[in-house]
Design a protein around this ligand. Structure first.
Ligand code: DHB
Length: 308
Protein backbone atom coordinates (compact mmCIF):
# COMPACT_ATOMS: atom_id res chain seq x y z
CA UNK A 1 0.00 0.00 0.00
CA UNK A 2 1.81 3.10 -1.27
CA UNK A 3 -0.89 5.62 -0.36
CA UNK A 4 0.17 8.62 1.66
CA UNK A 5 -0.91 12.07 2.79
CA UNK A 6 0.54 15.51 2.27
CA UNK A 7 -0.82 18.63 4.00
CA UNK A 8 -4.00 16.63 4.79
CA UNK A 9 -4.46 15.66 1.13
CA UNK A 10 -4.66 11.98 0.17
CA UNK A 11 -2.16 10.83 -2.50
CA UNK A 12 -2.06 7.50 -4.34
CA UNK A 13 1.71 7.41 -3.79
CA UNK A 14 4.60 9.74 -2.80
CA UNK A 15 6.06 10.31 -6.28
CA UNK A 16 5.99 13.46 -8.42
CA UNK A 17 8.09 15.20 -11.05
CA UNK A 18 10.81 17.68 -10.13
CA UNK A 19 9.94 21.15 -11.32
CA UNK A 20 11.42 21.83 -14.74
CA UNK A 21 11.01 18.30 -16.06
CA UNK A 22 8.00 17.41 -18.25
CA UNK A 23 5.95 20.35 -16.99
CA UNK A 24 6.54 23.36 -19.26
CA UNK A 25 3.51 23.12 -21.55
CA UNK A 26 -0.06 21.86 -21.24
CA UNK A 27 0.56 18.61 -23.17
CA UNK A 28 3.33 17.64 -20.73
CA UNK A 29 1.27 18.67 -17.70
CA UNK A 30 -1.65 16.60 -18.99
CA UNK A 31 0.69 13.61 -19.36
CA UNK A 32 1.74 14.06 -15.73
CA UNK A 33 -1.88 14.36 -14.66
CA UNK A 34 -2.67 11.06 -16.38
CA UNK A 35 0.46 9.13 -15.32
CA UNK A 36 1.02 7.08 -12.16
CA UNK A 37 2.67 9.90 -10.13
CA UNK A 38 0.82 10.83 -6.93
CA UNK A 39 1.32 14.58 -7.42
CA UNK A 40 2.85 17.03 -9.91
CA UNK A 41 4.44 20.47 -10.15
CA UNK A 42 4.60 23.05 -12.95
CA UNK A 43 7.78 24.50 -14.48
CA UNK A 44 9.21 27.40 -12.44
CA UNK A 45 7.62 30.47 -13.91
CA UNK A 46 8.42 34.14 -14.19
CA UNK A 47 5.90 36.94 -14.55
CA UNK A 48 6.31 36.98 -18.34
CA UNK A 49 7.12 34.27 -20.89
CA UNK A 50 10.86 33.63 -21.47
CA UNK A 51 12.75 31.80 -24.21
CA UNK A 52 15.60 30.86 -21.84
CA UNK A 53 19.27 30.34 -22.68
CA UNK A 54 20.66 29.25 -26.09
CA UNK A 55 20.73 25.54 -26.96
CA UNK A 56 22.16 23.03 -26.33
CA UNK A 57 21.28 23.68 -22.69
CA UNK A 58 20.69 20.18 -21.26
CA UNK A 59 22.90 17.09 -21.53
CA UNK A 60 22.73 13.73 -19.82
CA UNK A 61 25.79 11.59 -19.06
CA UNK A 62 25.78 8.03 -17.67
CA UNK A 63 26.04 9.50 -14.14
CA UNK A 64 23.71 12.46 -14.29
CA UNK A 65 22.74 15.60 -16.11
CA UNK A 66 23.86 19.18 -16.55
CA UNK A 67 21.47 21.99 -17.47
CA UNK A 68 21.45 25.71 -17.93
CA UNK A 69 17.95 26.22 -19.24
CA UNK A 70 17.67 29.83 -18.07
CA UNK A 71 14.03 29.67 -17.02
CA UNK A 72 12.34 29.12 -20.38
CA UNK A 73 8.66 29.17 -19.45
CA UNK A 74 5.26 30.27 -20.72
CA UNK A 75 4.79 32.92 -18.06
CA UNK A 76 2.79 32.98 -14.81
CA UNK A 77 -0.69 33.46 -16.38
CA UNK A 78 -0.27 30.27 -18.46
CA UNK A 79 0.44 28.08 -15.40
CA UNK A 80 -2.25 29.81 -13.35
CA UNK A 81 -4.67 29.01 -16.14
CA UNK A 82 -3.55 25.36 -16.03
CA UNK A 83 -4.01 25.40 -12.25
CA UNK A 84 -7.57 26.66 -12.65
CA UNK A 85 -8.43 23.75 -14.96
CA UNK A 86 -6.53 20.97 -13.17
CA UNK A 87 -8.51 18.01 -11.79
CA UNK A 88 -7.53 18.07 -8.11
CA UNK A 89 -9.56 14.93 -7.40
CA UNK A 90 -6.99 13.06 -9.46
CA UNK A 91 -3.85 14.42 -7.77
CA UNK A 92 -2.57 17.56 -6.03
CA UNK A 93 -0.88 20.21 -8.17
CA UNK A 94 2.04 22.35 -7.06
CA UNK A 95 2.96 25.57 -8.84
CA UNK A 96 6.62 26.61 -8.85
CA UNK A 97 7.30 30.37 -8.80
CA UNK A 98 10.72 31.78 -9.67
CA UNK A 99 10.28 35.49 -10.25
CA UNK A 100 13.38 37.38 -11.37
CA UNK A 101 12.89 39.90 -8.54
CA UNK A 102 11.13 40.01 -5.19
CA UNK A 103 8.64 42.44 -6.72
CA UNK A 104 7.83 39.99 -9.52
CA UNK A 105 7.28 37.25 -6.94
CA UNK A 106 5.02 39.56 -4.91
CA UNK A 107 2.96 40.33 -8.02
CA UNK A 108 2.52 36.62 -8.78
CA UNK A 109 1.75 35.78 -5.16
CA UNK A 110 -0.92 38.51 -5.00
CA UNK A 111 -2.64 37.00 -8.05
CA UNK A 112 -2.32 33.48 -6.75
CA UNK A 113 -3.89 34.56 -3.48
CA UNK A 114 -6.96 35.87 -5.29
CA UNK A 115 -7.26 32.84 -7.57
CA UNK A 116 -9.81 30.25 -6.51
CA UNK A 117 -7.71 27.10 -6.85
CA UNK A 118 -6.25 24.60 -4.38
CA UNK A 119 -2.84 24.74 -6.11
CA UNK A 120 0.10 24.59 -3.67
CA UNK A 121 2.90 27.15 -4.10
CA UNK A 122 6.53 25.95 -4.23
CA UNK A 123 8.63 29.11 -4.06
CA UNK A 124 11.91 28.51 -5.87
CA UNK A 125 14.83 30.13 -4.03
CA UNK A 126 17.47 28.24 -5.96
CA UNK A 127 17.58 28.73 -9.72
CA UNK A 128 21.30 28.69 -10.61
CA UNK A 129 21.03 29.47 -14.32
CA UNK A 130 20.04 33.08 -14.92
CA UNK A 131 23.24 35.01 -15.74
CA UNK A 132 23.77 37.84 -13.25
CA UNK A 133 21.21 36.53 -10.70
CA UNK A 134 22.65 34.95 -7.55
CA UNK A 135 20.66 32.19 -5.85
CA UNK A 136 18.56 33.69 -3.05
CA UNK A 137 19.04 30.49 -1.06
CA UNK A 138 22.77 31.19 -0.76
CA UNK A 139 22.26 34.70 0.71
CA UNK A 140 20.59 34.16 4.07
CA UNK A 141 19.76 37.82 4.62
CA UNK A 142 18.08 38.05 1.21
CA UNK A 143 16.35 34.72 1.82
CA UNK A 144 14.86 35.96 5.10
CA UNK A 145 13.66 39.19 3.48
CA UNK A 146 12.18 37.29 0.54
CA UNK A 147 10.29 34.83 2.72
CA UNK A 148 9.16 37.56 5.11
CA UNK A 149 7.59 39.64 2.35
CA UNK A 150 6.02 36.67 0.62
CA UNK A 151 4.59 35.25 3.84
CA UNK A 152 3.05 38.69 4.50
CA UNK A 153 1.50 38.80 1.03
CA UNK A 154 0.21 35.21 0.91
CA UNK A 155 -2.38 33.78 3.28
CA UNK A 156 -2.01 30.05 2.61
CA UNK A 157 0.60 27.46 3.59
CA UNK A 158 3.41 27.18 1.03
CA UNK A 159 6.80 25.59 0.49
CA UNK A 160 10.29 26.61 -0.59
CA UNK A 161 12.68 24.85 -2.96
CA UNK A 162 16.21 25.11 -1.59
CA UNK A 163 19.63 24.74 -3.13
CA UNK A 164 21.91 22.08 -1.65
CA UNK A 165 23.94 23.12 1.40
CA UNK A 166 27.31 21.60 2.23
CA UNK A 167 28.06 22.83 5.74
CA UNK A 168 26.39 22.06 9.08
CA UNK A 169 26.40 25.77 10.00
CA UNK A 170 24.45 26.47 6.81
CA UNK A 171 21.88 23.75 7.61
CA UNK A 172 21.46 25.38 11.04
CA UNK A 173 21.13 28.90 9.69
CA UNK A 174 18.74 28.04 6.86
CA UNK A 175 16.53 25.93 9.16
CA UNK A 176 16.38 28.73 11.76
CA UNK A 177 15.12 31.14 9.10
CA UNK A 178 12.49 28.67 7.84
CA UNK A 179 11.34 27.79 11.36
CA UNK A 180 10.51 31.45 12.03
CA UNK A 181 7.69 31.10 9.45
CA UNK A 182 4.97 28.61 10.48
CA UNK A 183 3.32 29.32 7.11
CA UNK A 184 6.15 27.46 5.40
CA UNK A 185 4.58 24.01 5.42
CA UNK A 186 7.21 22.19 3.40
CA UNK A 187 10.78 22.39 2.19
CA UNK A 188 11.95 20.80 -1.06
CA UNK A 189 15.56 19.57 -0.96
CA UNK A 190 17.42 19.84 -3.31
CA UNK A 191 17.66 21.85 -6.48
CA UNK A 192 20.57 20.94 -8.75
CA UNK A 193 24.15 21.32 -7.51
CA UNK A 194 24.73 24.64 -9.20
CA UNK A 195 27.42 25.51 -11.68
CA UNK A 196 29.18 22.24 -12.30
CA UNK A 197 31.17 21.72 -15.49
CA UNK A 198 30.92 18.62 -17.68
CA UNK A 199 33.73 18.25 -20.24
CA UNK A 200 33.91 15.89 -23.21
CA UNK A 201 37.49 14.54 -23.34
CA UNK A 202 37.28 13.59 -27.02
CA UNK A 203 36.19 16.95 -28.38
CA UNK A 204 37.85 18.83 -25.49
CA UNK A 205 34.74 20.99 -25.16
CA UNK A 206 32.04 21.77 -22.72
CA UNK A 207 28.70 20.03 -23.44
CA UNK A 208 26.17 22.88 -23.08
CA UNK A 209 26.33 26.32 -24.68
CA UNK A 210 25.23 28.83 -21.98
CA UNK A 211 27.62 30.24 -19.38
CA UNK A 212 30.76 28.68 -20.95
CA UNK A 213 29.35 25.23 -20.17
CA UNK A 214 28.58 25.75 -16.46
CA UNK A 215 25.25 24.34 -15.31
CA UNK A 216 23.20 22.68 -12.60
CA UNK A 217 24.08 19.04 -11.92
CA UNK A 218 21.43 16.38 -11.28
CA UNK A 219 21.22 12.59 -11.29
CA UNK A 220 23.46 9.99 -9.62
CA UNK A 221 26.11 12.62 -8.83
CA UNK A 222 23.84 14.40 -6.37
CA UNK A 223 22.20 11.57 -4.39
CA UNK A 224 24.35 11.75 -1.19
CA UNK A 225 24.04 15.56 -1.14
CA UNK A 226 20.27 15.28 -1.63
CA UNK A 227 19.88 12.70 1.15
CA UNK A 228 22.00 14.83 3.51
CA UNK A 229 19.87 17.91 2.87
CA UNK A 230 16.59 15.97 3.24
CA UNK A 231 17.71 14.47 6.53
CA UNK A 232 19.31 17.69 7.82
CA UNK A 233 16.06 19.65 7.34
CA UNK A 234 13.92 16.71 8.53
CA UNK A 235 15.84 16.77 11.82
CA UNK A 236 15.76 20.57 12.17
CA UNK A 237 12.20 21.34 11.00
CA UNK A 238 9.92 18.96 12.95
CA UNK A 239 6.80 20.99 12.11
CA UNK A 240 7.41 20.98 8.35
CA UNK A 241 7.21 18.35 5.63
CA UNK A 242 10.27 17.63 3.50
CA UNK A 243 10.05 16.85 -0.21
CA UNK A 244 13.09 14.93 -1.41
CA UNK A 245 14.63 15.54 -4.82
CA UNK A 246 17.89 14.35 -6.30
CA UNK A 247 19.42 11.20 -7.71
CA UNK A 248 16.29 9.03 -8.02
CA UNK A 249 16.68 6.47 -10.81
CA UNK A 250 15.06 3.39 -9.20
CA UNK A 251 12.81 2.39 -6.31
CA UNK A 252 15.87 2.04 -4.11
CA UNK A 253 16.61 5.79 -4.17
CA UNK A 254 12.92 6.54 -3.51
CA UNK A 255 13.18 4.25 -0.47
CA UNK A 256 16.33 6.07 0.73
CA UNK A 257 14.73 9.52 0.43
CA UNK A 258 11.68 8.33 2.40
CA UNK A 259 13.92 6.72 5.04
CA UNK A 260 15.87 10.00 5.36
CA UNK A 261 12.61 11.81 6.10
CA UNK A 262 11.04 12.83 2.80
CA UNK A 263 7.24 12.85 2.71
CA UNK A 264 7.19 13.02 -1.10
CA UNK A 265 9.92 12.28 -3.62
CA UNK A 266 10.52 14.16 -6.87
CA UNK A 267 12.16 12.79 -10.01
CA UNK A 268 14.11 15.06 -12.36
CA UNK A 269 16.96 13.80 -14.55
CA UNK A 270 15.67 10.26 -14.88
CA UNK A 271 12.14 11.49 -15.71
CA UNK A 272 13.70 13.61 -18.47
CA UNK A 273 15.42 10.47 -19.78
CA UNK A 274 12.50 8.01 -19.48
CA UNK A 275 9.32 10.06 -19.54
CA UNK A 276 6.28 9.56 -17.28
CA UNK A 277 6.34 5.76 -17.68
CA UNK A 278 9.16 5.91 -15.14
CA UNK A 279 6.54 6.31 -12.40
CA UNK A 280 4.91 2.86 -12.60
CA UNK A 281 8.42 1.34 -12.73
CA UNK A 282 9.57 3.23 -9.61
CA UNK A 283 6.37 2.28 -7.78
CA UNK A 284 6.83 -1.42 -8.59
CA UNK A 285 10.44 -1.28 -7.43
CA UNK A 286 9.55 0.55 -4.21
CA UNK A 287 6.75 -1.94 -3.51
CA UNK A 288 9.17 -4.86 -4.05
CA UNK A 289 11.64 -3.39 -1.53
CA UNK A 290 8.85 -2.83 1.01
CA UNK A 291 7.49 -6.35 0.54
CA UNK A 292 10.95 -7.89 0.95
CA UNK A 293 11.42 -5.94 4.19
CA UNK A 294 7.93 -6.68 5.50
CA UNK A 295 6.76 -3.06 5.39
CA UNK A 296 3.04 -2.65 4.70
CA UNK A 297 2.87 1.13 4.54
CA UNK A 298 5.23 4.05 3.96
CA UNK A 299 4.81 5.25 7.56
CA UNK A 300 6.43 1.98 8.70
CA UNK A 301 9.85 3.35 7.67
CA UNK A 302 9.44 7.01 6.66
CA UNK A 303 11.97 9.14 8.58
CA UNK A 304 13.22 6.09 10.50
CA UNK A 305 16.82 6.23 9.29
CA UNK A 306 19.14 4.58 11.84
CA UNK A 307 22.47 6.01 12.98
CA UNK A 308 25.44 4.06 14.34
C1 DHB B 1 16.06 26.58 -14.07
C2 DHB B 1 16.89 25.73 -13.39
C3 DHB B 1 16.66 25.49 -12.05
O1 DHB B 1 17.43 24.64 -11.33
C4 DHB B 1 15.61 26.11 -11.41
O2 DHB B 1 15.40 25.87 -10.12
C5 DHB B 1 14.78 26.97 -12.11
C6 DHB B 1 15.01 27.19 -13.44
C7 DHB B 1 16.30 26.85 -15.48
O3 DHB B 1 17.47 26.95 -15.87
O4 DHB B 1 15.33 27.00 -16.23
Amino acid sequence: DLRTEFLDLPLANPLMNASGVWCSVASQLEALAECAAGAMVTKSCTLAQRDGNPEPRYRATPWGSINSMGLPNEGFPYYLNYARCHDYERKPLFMSLAGLTLDDNLTMVAELREAVTPVIMELNLSCPNVPGKAQVGYDFEAMDTFIHEIADAYDRPFGVKLPPYFDIAHFDEAAAILNAYPQIAFVTCINSIGNGLVIDPVSETVVIRPKDGFGGIGGDFVLPTALANVNAFFRRCPDKKIIGCGGVRSGEQVFLHLLAGAALVQVGTQLFEEGPLIFPRLLEELQAIMTAKGYDRITDFQGKLKTL
